[in-house]
Design a protein around this ligand. Structure first.
Ligand code: GDG
Length: 506
């Protein structure tokens, strides 16, 4: 990200130092093979790109769980990275989670309870007492690390995602002068869905430790406030989206909508290099060979609707025979959460369906579906976007979906985006071909319509999509959240000016 986007605005944080807290670390030290050199690896996350420049500029700290197999060699006894890499020059504190907690926290409560609970994808969440206890314990570990980092300082603490729902309240109890914000990267369900969670009140109370709580959509924020209304004795000011925290005198949590985005400039800069153009030519020669190339990119996750999409591909060949042998579906699906049984079973089902489609519809040297079930380098993912004639996002439920936004930045002007209406991105991307992944016949017809769309219409739609993603990129997202946090602070800490007091909730 262009650091210039954020740094000329010193008032975003005032003189507060920033502490970013996330389960996943911004970079890992990894050794592939015993005698290999150690590499610094960054996850393919726009979040790291957005937040790193602010942490650097404010001399801040990032606190995250250790994950790389060579992390310990570069970390001191308290978990601080000794010599941060030149492109990440800030303090990173790595927390080593006890092995006894790690699985129950991550594989258990985070990915087998909270993830399915928040995504209405008809996948039943499971709740185990010991997972919940591990979740509480890990949240305590993070909160304690924040307290060690900032003590009584008036710092800004920015917590990420559903792994750390309890941490805000725990940080508040330890650091009363901290300003705390959290961004919830996944949907928030309606109260009926959420009420099956045995520890729903504890989760809600934890999240009310925040001064600011951000979701992608105001719809998720409204669901959250409805849930609060049902479950806790709180007062809600719906006009200003403010919730008064139970037991905290004058404590208010502001709920806001901040649709996350991508680093569109960086993606465009990368795909316009000569090396990228060459790679795109190779990809098309190898995988399209005169046919239409339709791409999908996602983690191997049931919420992404991979099974439904494969069924729609079968239906496409049945209902629109003109497309047999004329289109290749390249399926990049990175293995994900393979410790969770539901994910392993899902991956096996997907493999089975792909084989069945290829057996039934493949001819001579052509197979309709090409599964690339492996990790692909970020720049190569962007090259694939540029090589594609169309991209399908088939999520059954998705907070935002960054793949759609990355595609809008990278794709050719005449490419087509087919987007599930159950993604957050569908709210902004009106020019995409919207589809319902549950309606298999209609889904198949939409694929055909997308492939047959007149050239002028494709161009106009794609240009508008690109404009949208350039207007509101990941830098704008991060700046918006910090600005809202500061504004909320000013609105509710006016005690220095008694003649103007009386704001907040009546
Ligand atoms: C959660 C929410 C929300 C995927 N495979 C490869 C690869 N990817 C990259 C994509 C994209 C990212 O992973 C996936 O982001 P999404 O937004 O599509 O989905 P989730 O992982 O479920 O993310 C989601 C997001 O948080 C942010 O708030 O939008 O709704 O579920 O960047 O490009 N990247 C590389 N190789 C792969 O094989 N390099």
């Amino acid at each position: 990200m262009d650091a210039g986007l954020l740094l000329p605005q010193p008032d975003l944080l005032g003189d507060r130092r920033l502490v970013v807290v996330s389960h996943r670390q911004p970079y890992a030290h990894v050794r592939h093979g015993k005698s290999a050199a150690v590499q610094v690896e960054k996850p393919p996350s726009g979040l790291t790109l957005a937040l790193e420049p602010i942490v650097v500029a404010t001399h801040g700290t990032w606190i995250a769980a250790s994950g790389g197999n060579a992390d310990a060699e570069f970390t001191d006894a308290r978990g601080y990275v000794r010599d941060p890499p030149p492109d990440s020059p800030y303090r990173l504190r790595r927390l080593t989670l006890p092995p006894s907690l790690r699985e129950d926290f991550y594989t258990g409560f985070a990915n087998s309870s909270l993830w399915p609970l928040c995504h209405i994808a008809y996948h039943q969440p499971r709740f185990e007492e010991k997972w919940w206890r591990a979740y509480q314990a890990v949240n305590e570990i993070f909160a304690q690390a924040v307290a060690e980092e900032i003590g009584g300082e008036p710092a800004t603490v920015f917590i990420q995602d559903f792994h750390l729902a309890l941490a805000p309240q725990m940080v508040r109890a330890r650091c009363p002068r901290a300003l705390i914000a959290q961004f919830w990267h996944i949907p928030w369900p309606n109260p009926e869905a959420f009420r099956i969670c045995p520890w729903r009140r504890e989760l809600l109370e934890g999240m009310l430790g925040n001064d600011l709580l951000g979701f992608h959509l105001s719809y998720h924020g409204m669901n959250f406030m409805e849930t609060l209304d049902r479950e806790l004795a709180v007062r809600i000011d719906r006009e200003h989206n403010l919730v008064s925290r139970p037991g905290a005198a004058g404590g208010l949590t502001k709920i806001g909508a901040f649709p996350i985005s991508v680093d569109a400039q960086a993606i465009i800069a990368s795909v316009t290099t000569i090396a990228a153009q060459q790679s795109v030519r190779e990809l098309r020669e190898r995988y399209a060979r005169g046919r239409q190339l339709v791409l999908t990119v996602e983690r191997m996750d049931y919420s992404k609707g991979i099974r439904e999409r494969l069924e729609a591909i079968q239906r496409l060949f049945e209902r629109h025979p003109q497309w047999r042998d004329r289109v290749s579906f390249v399926q990049i699906a990175t293995p994900s959460r393979t410790d969770v049984r539901a994910y392993r079973d899902y991956a096996a089902e997907v493999d089975h369906l792909v084989a069945e489609i290829n057996r039934r519809w493949g001819v001579r040297d052509w197979k309709p579906v090409l599964p690339l079930h492996q990790y692909v380098e970020p720049r190569q993912v962007w090259n694939w976007y540029l090589a594609a004639d169309a991209l399908i996002v088939s999520s059954l439920h998705d907070g935002m979906n960054l793949v759609a936004k990355e595609f809008a930045a990278a794709a050719r002007d005449d490419a087509v985006l087919l987007l599930s209406e159950y993604t957050g991105a569908a709210r902004e991307f009106r020019e995409a071909v919207l589809l319902n992944p549950y309606a298999i016949d209609d889904f198949a017809d939409k694929i055909a319509a997308g492939l047959e769309m007149p050239l002028e219409q494709r161009r106009e739609r794609l240009r508008r999509l690109r404009w949208r993603v350039l207007q509101y990129d990941i830098g704008a997202w991060a700046a918006d959240i910090l600005r809202a946090l500061r504004q909320h602070y000013f609105d509710n800490h006016g005690s220095a000016f008694p003649e103007n007091s009386g704001g907040g909730m009546a």
